[in-house]
Design a protein around this ligand. Structure first.
Ligand SMILES: Nc1ncnc2c1ncn2[C@@H]1O[C@H](COP(=O)(O)OS(=O)(=O)O)[C@@H](OP(=O)(O)O)[C@H]1O
Length: 347
């Protein structure tokens, strides 16, 4: 482009120089000037169009609105076909974490979908029990039909850098589902969980875990409740094995506020029919979190009765501590935004 412009200008000057005529100079200026302007205009318009197309194509999967599917309410009866052959299958998708970021809720919501089969417990095969061997892992798999998607949930996978390679070698096409949340709230949730597990015994206050020597001087960055919130760092090993399009990231905050929207996108990502819709959600007894209603099992409890096991009362944390945590996490959240392209709006 630049070369064409330079050639045109040089040719114009050359013509004038050779012939020495002012009339020729005017004609040349007019002619090449207009060509130059047209090229600059064309260049701007085309570049703007290419850039905007690039932006749309690079939108993260989690932020894509999909309007192709409408809920298919006949799907329950259709898939309750006792003759559909099923056999144990390795997972097609993994909910890898982050701990305390809605992993149980999202698995529960997916679980009502007739195209989804959940592995029924946290197996910890890829982080703790790998030496048990693949046959042990296979023996823990649920039976599923060919059209169904088998999903395993193990929220400790995300922060273990050795896991992505092992999952990749088992299934390079695996779909990875990751829930994230304001890392400060996540750390408080983890602390609240630890405190609850102490079962009434004395438990150190949050600040004594979060700061070295308990005063607000230096943060104890190695405390897992803070470490697990360094999402950008923990995501790197996953991106070494799995392309971005195989990764679905959702915000736990969205799962609470707009569960149907998150589920809509998740169904598109998993390439299953649009079945779970807003009609499936109701507020639970306390009103804090939404619950899913399963038309095939009307007796079903919220989060299969485990809601109380994961949702615990948070302690009140002083403003000064929150301020220090904001300073600590700000850069990490920015890095995470740059890697994923998602705006989180936390800090
Ligand atoms: N619908 C619904 N019901 C219950 N909880 C919900 C829901 N949606 C999101 N969340 C958020 O999930 C947080 C618990 O996350 P996990 O299930 O990943 O916890 S765990 O790691 O398995 O212990 C839990 O954390 P807390 O707020 O600390 O209780 C919730 O914020």
């Amino acid at each position: 482009m630049f070369r064409i412009i330079v050639i045109l200008i040089v040719r114009g000057i050359n013509n004038v120089w050779k012939r020495g005529k002012y009339a020729e100079l005017n004609r040349n200026c007019l002619c090449y000037g207009s060509i130059l302007l047209a090229l600059i205009y064309y260049n701007c318009v085309i570049r703007a169009a290419i850039n905007s197309a690039r932006r749309v194509l690079s939108e993260p999967v989690a932020e894509l609105e999909d309007l192709r599917f409408e809920p298919d309410t006949s799907v329950v009866e259709y898939f309750l076909d006792p003759d559909e052959p099923t056999k144990p299958r390795l997972p097609d998708a993994y909910i890898i974490g982050v701990r305390k970021c809605g992993t149980l809720a999202v698995a529960d919501f997916l679980g009502v979908h007739p195209d989804i089969v959940l592995v029924d417990k946290e197996l910890h095969y890829f982080d703790n029990l790998f030496s048990n061997g693949i046959d042990w892992y296979k023996s823990n798999m649920p039976a599923a039909a060919d059209y169904q998607v088998v999903v395993e949930r193990c929220p400790s996978y995300f922060t273990n850098a050795a896991v992505p390679e092992k999952i990749f070698k088992t299934n390079p096409d695996a779909k990875i589902i990751l829930g994230v949340r304001d890392p400060i709230q996540r750390s408080i949730s983890e602390y609240a969980q630890m405190e609850k597990e102490a079962n009434g015994k004395f438990f150190k206050p949050y600040r004594e875990f979060a700061f070295i020597q308990g005063n607000m001087g230096r943060l104890n960055e190695n405390w897992t409740a803070l470490q697990d919130g360094l999402y950008a760092k923990h995501l790197q090993p996953w991106l070494r094995y799995f392309p971005r399009r195989q990764l679905f990231i959702f915000k736990a905050e969205d799962l609470v506020a707009e569960p149907a929207k998150v589920l809509k996108r998740l169904q598109v990502f998993l390439q299953i029919r649009f079945y779970v819709s807003a009609a499936h959600f109701k507020a639970n007894g306390t009103g804090a979190f939404p619950c899913i209603v399963d038309p095939a099992d009307t007796e079903r409890e919220c989060l299969n009765g485990t809601l109380r096991a994961t949702s615990v009362q948070h302690p009140r944390i002083e403003w000064g501590i929150i301020h220090n945590l904001k300073i600590f996490f700000r850069q990490h959240v920015n890095d995470f935004h740059n890697i994923t392209g998602i705006r989180f709006g936390w800090i």
